[in-house]
Design a protein around this ligand. Structure first.
Ligand code: APR
Length: 234
């Protein structure tokens, strides 16, 4: 039975692919007001502004390429059972080759009917007021806005509890309930955190090794360490 690795990722893993994070210098929330673009109230008040915000993020996500961190995680599937629990709405984990990706905050390549909640693959096209589903309802980004339910939380919770190895990278661990998931792992699981600003991120979890590094440097290092560990304990 293959050992289980769960990766818990955030915007920082896609930073070196050119996608903005939220809370770093010049991050998205420095340039946009959350309450104007990422809440149900914003959608009700000014849907065009919300659609424009996600159209730009969709365009950037499609123009970005997976980086060596996404690829190192995908390649670990040769050695372990790997699940990625991501807060990211880009599909860079999937495009790097990861086959089990759980999106906590939605997926920018999908859209949702505001009338039936049905999902549609929408690709890189922009979404406008008047873009409707086959039943005639306005389409919205399939993104979890602040204050909305996190639909995949339960499956993410079940998955992370099985982890023998946990890799946390690219997240400020600021947003709940997502950030609370890292405390659901077995105490005995071996945990790694990769973040260039790791001095700001010291989650109180046992068996945690912190690498103060960017994902493209730190994640391949952790991948090699896990492979070595598997060989020793084979
Ligand atoms: N490699 C690894 N980590 C990085 C890199 C990098 N190259 N660059 C930045 N980071 C780290 C930052 O130090 C920070 O800890 O990535 C983290 C980014 O944090 P946030 O911008 O808060 O992003 P995230 O944690 O994913 O935000 C969570 O907040 O606004 C909501 O829904 C949104 O899913 C998002 C959630």
């Amino acid at each position: 039975m293959k050992k289980k690795l769960v990766v818990f990722s955030g915007a920082g893993i896609s930073a070196e692919s050119g996608l903005s994070t939220f809370r770093d210098n010049n991050g998205l929330w420095e340039n946009y007001n959350i309450s104007e673009v990422a809440t149900p109230q914003a959608w009700a008040a000014n849907p065009k502004l919300v659609l424009d915000f996600y159209n730009l993020r969709r365009k950037n996500a499609f123009e970005a390429q997976p980086n060596t961190a996404h690829i190192a995680i995908a390649e670990l599937e040769k050695h372990l059972a790997v699940s990625v629990v991501t807060q990211n709405i880009d599909d860079l984990h999937e495009r790097a080759g990861s086959t089990d990706v759980i999106h906590l905050h939605g997926e920018v390549k999908k859209v949702r009917s505001t009338g039936t909640n049905e999902l549609f693959d929408y690709g890189s096209k922009p979404l406008f007021l008047g873009s409707v589903c086959p039943n005639g309802f306005q389409l919205r980004p399939h993104v979890v806005w602040f204050g909305e339910e996190v639909p995949n939380l339960e499956i993410a919770n079940k998955t992370i509890r099985k982890a023998d190895y946990l890799l946390i990278t690219g997240t400020s661990l600021n947003v709940y309930p997502a950030a609370g998931l890292i405390h659901m792992t077995k105490e005995s699981s071996i945990k790694y955190l990769v973040d260039p600003n790791s001095d700001l991120r010291k989650p109180s979890i046992k068996n945690l090794s912190i690498l103060k590094a960017k994902a493209t440097i730190g994640v391949p290092k952790v991948a090699n360490q896990i492979i070595k560990d598997l060989k020793v304990n084979a």
